[in-house]
Design a protein around this ligand. Structure first.
Ligand code: SF4
Length: 375
């Protein structure tokens, strides 16, 4: 495993240094290697968002997890580990999960010089997030709202029972207060918004609230049909391009903007799409991240040890951590026919191909392996 000298300060995350982007390891090793492991630590959540990409996996109760010692042993084996992500559900839903799994995983990472991210809705008690603060690199929150009514409309669609406006408003305010307090305390809060049928015309207003909360980064992804989002209207490429352009025009230029899973490629044949690719490269403080899913990352379900290519893949598990090392499972994925369909690479465009959901949603008939970047 890679070693870290704790006397050497870890480099700050910045537009120049984003260890989640698989283009870095692809360039460094000349092939895709596993540098990132994501753990699903819970399937419980206090919300049921309309667009939830793991909505089908959410539960009301859950059983025992794989022992932490087994998890750490498997992590020790990952030769090139650079990042760990923790996701759910809402990872802080139970305080015991934070104490028994989240904090120990974060501590392990910090001791090894590995960078960490947790995906949270930050609507619960501030103290749960403060417990993570000393060891956490990125607090990743979802933020798709222009106000409390939006939050109420979107956040409980699949709750199975009505959630009153007053309850929703309290949660919304707690989320805003927590994000502001954590940011003020020095935490790197990265707010993610999705571009979808609800947000695409209001994305600049959403951006302004993220700036107000003091977040260090605004991460933006189009929404793709997965789990709860599968039945929602899909935007056209023109609508997505319009939303990205609006954001670029109206953004706060001091805030790092990270775009991911964009459906615009340097090999495209639409001049407007190519112009947007060029503009994204020119804009200061703006990055476009290649998608880690299936490029440098695997997802591990901590309840049964199953390993998937993403936390929202419809594919059967690629393996199980009880039997196989993470590196061995990743090697198996590299030869998988689905990976071979989209694992193109144009280094001059800093691109290593589309995410599978993107290819399926917008480019079903395109053979990316036969294309090359033209800009
Ligand atoms: S790597 Fe693939 S998707 Fe990216 S520009 Fe090249 S051919 Fe297109």
């Amino acid at each position: 495993m890679n070693r870290y000298d704790p006397a050497v300060a870890l480099p700050p995350l910045s537009p120049e240094y984003d260890p989640w982007d698989p283009i870095r390891s692809l360039r460094r090793y000349g092939r895709h290697v596993l540098t990132s492991v994501e753990f699903t630590v819970t399937n419980l959540c206090n919300m049921r968002c309309e667009h939830c990409a793991v909505g089908d996996a959410l539960t009301m109760t859950e059983g025992a997890r794989v022992p932490l010692a087994d998890v750490l042993r498997r992590l020790d084996e990952v030769e090139h580990l650079e990042t760990i992500s923790i996701t759910g559900g809402e990872p802080s839903y139970r305080e015991s999960t934070v104490k028994d799994y989240v904090v120990p995983l974060l501590k392990y990472a910090r001791e090894r010089g590995v960078r960490t991210q947790i995906n949270s809705n930050v609507t619960l008690d501030l103290s749960r997030y403060e417990m993570m603060a000393p060891y956490l690199d990125v607090m990743h929150i979802s933020f798709n709202y222009t106000g409390a009514d939006d939050f109420h409309r979107v956040g409980f669609v699949h709750a199975g029972h009505p959630v009153g406006r007053e309850t929703a408003v309290k949660m919304y305010e707690r989320m805003m207060d927590n994000a502001s307090a954590l940011s003020k305390g020095g935490m790197f809060v990265s707010a993610e918004s999705m571009i979808n049928f609800r947000t695409h015309e209001h994305i600049a207003d959403i951006h302004r609230l993220i700036v107000e909360m003091g977040c260090k980064r605004h991460e933006v992804h189009p929404m793709y049909p997965s789990a709860f989002a599968a039945g929602l209207p899909q935007l056209s490429l023109d609508q997505i391009r319009g939303a990205v352009t609006r954001l670029l025009d109206e953004r706060d230029r001091d805030l790092w903007m990270l775009f991911g899973t964009l459906p615009f490629f340097a090999c495209g044949d639409d001049p407007d799409g190519l112009e947007l690719v060029r503009r994204l490269r020119r804009e200061p403080n703006v990055t476009v991240r290649n998608d880690p899913d299936g490029r440098n990352r695997l997802n591990v379900n901590l309840f049964n040890g199953d390993v998937h290519v993403t936390d929202f893949a419809d594919l059967p598990p690629l393996g199980n951590m009880e039997r196989d090392s993470f590196d061995a499972i990743f090697a198996k994925w590299l030869d998988h026919p689905l990976n071979l369909r989209v694992n193109c690479h144009c280094d001059e465009a800093a691109c290593c191909g589309p995410n599978l959901l993107v290819a399926d949603a917008y480019y079903r008939d395109v053979d990316f392996k036969s294309r090359r970047a033209t800009v």
